[in-house]
Design a protein around this ligand. Sequence first.
Ligand code: ADP
Length: 527
Amino acid sequence: MTKVAGLDLSLALSRAQFIQRVREAYYRDEDEAANRRRALTRVPLHVLAVTSEIYPLVKTGGLADVTGALPKALATYGIETHTLIPGYPSILALARLHPPLMEFDDLLGERATLRHLEIDGISLFVLDAPTLYDRPGGPYVDENGYDHPDNWKRFAVLSLAGAEIAAGALPGWRPDLVHTHDWQSALTSVYLRQMGSPVPVVLTIHNLAFQGQYAADLLPRIGLPPEAYSVDSMEYFGDISYLKGGLMTADHITVVSPTYAREILSPTFGMGLDGVLNTRIDRLQGIVNGIDNEVWNPSTDPYLPFRFDMKSLRNKKNNKALLLERFNLQPGDGPLFSAVTRVTWQKGMDMLAEVADEIFYRGGRLIVLGQGDHAIEDALKATAARFPGKMAVSVGYNEPTAHLIHGGSDSIIQPSRFEPCGLTQLYAMRYGCVPVVSRTGGLSETIIDANDAALSARAATGFQFHPVRPEGLRQALRRAADAYQDKRKWARLQLQAMRADYSWDRSAESYAQVYGRLTEQRFQATH
Ligand code: ADP
């Protein structure tokens, strides 16, 4: 059975039959169906993804990595994704080289142009609405780190444009399914249901902590009726929540690891939405993220002065020497620990500031690359000041440096208080860095703790600690630093970590199955 035949579950249709049925479900009109068949000769399923970030064009975290990598992985299943993204300045410069696809006259009072851009094998629909997106700063914050005051409108407009495209606004193209990501595009399914469009929607939550919560009196300004302010819809503790709107209207909800899918059903991890999620439990699924093995490959990485693979792991120490020099750290035989992360309470960086001394007592060094909460950045800098030459803090976001840090460090620390999936530990393993992680969310299921049983089974890939408290982290750092002293044991851990396969293959298949099931259900409902 081919992979695609597997998509339509129990019906055992051939690939060709399946493609045919999906097409016909949406294109009953003969002419349109014929056009569609011509357009789709090579692909069975067209997907519109809607997102606020995509690698390599705009990235603040793991969301961008996923939206950048998933379409490529899904293409091998015959699924063609076009991704709608706001026209931020970095994207506009490229997108405006191409003629417009269509004009929107009125997206919540804004005019916008839709442009097409193809980059690194990713097909983008760029929403060119300069008053909303063409401004300095990041996707969510201005140059001083403050939220753009009109984020409520910027992402409502993105979602509305997504809904209009999905409902057929773009001549000659219409998706079979829509995939939205996080609160920024969660309103897409709300608008689609308002329009009466039945196109299936998958919503993926990358981090439940960000919800798009706004005052309820914005409802008319985002074009939604007063009924949307109800417990069954967007009402959320007296406000409205874009994410809740998505949760209530999407046909399927995925989160980025099975453990996180279980955790968020409890008040501890549910961030106020556990009640809602429990009512949607039949649609909730955890699918662990994969990594882009081409972007994160130590044997081809253009950012590494010294490339390596499992056979040439010793080259890593040249990168380490370079890193120590670049960050003004004293050379030494001890382990080099690093953290590449948002500097926030979620990521446990306050705990690292508190217990980093454990590393230095054991002859190690520490590099932190990240930005976020200024108080925690200051706490990290204060620790670094107490240990000159042993710890460096680089406040900022820098993709090449992130790669170099993975290429030269012995261990990556990720002491998150909660972690939907976490990608850093996956990159770390591929680069022969042994991760030190808290046992939560995706970290707990992607890292195998180096306990005696796992060590003797040659399965261990890192160090986990629980409960997630400073003392737990201290102990894990101690265990890692001790293990580093045993060179053979450490090399084994590195190789075992490098062998762990977190490419997108497995996870992409799970998404493909979800897409296939939803489109098939849609077909059944209309026939
Ligand atoms: P989250 O999305 O919660 O921030 P993930 O671990 O899922 O966490 O993904 C983080 C991504 O962002 C990784 O690709 C990581 O390398 C990258 N990253 C985080 N901070 C920085 C930084 N300061 N510089 C470069 N890359 C960073």
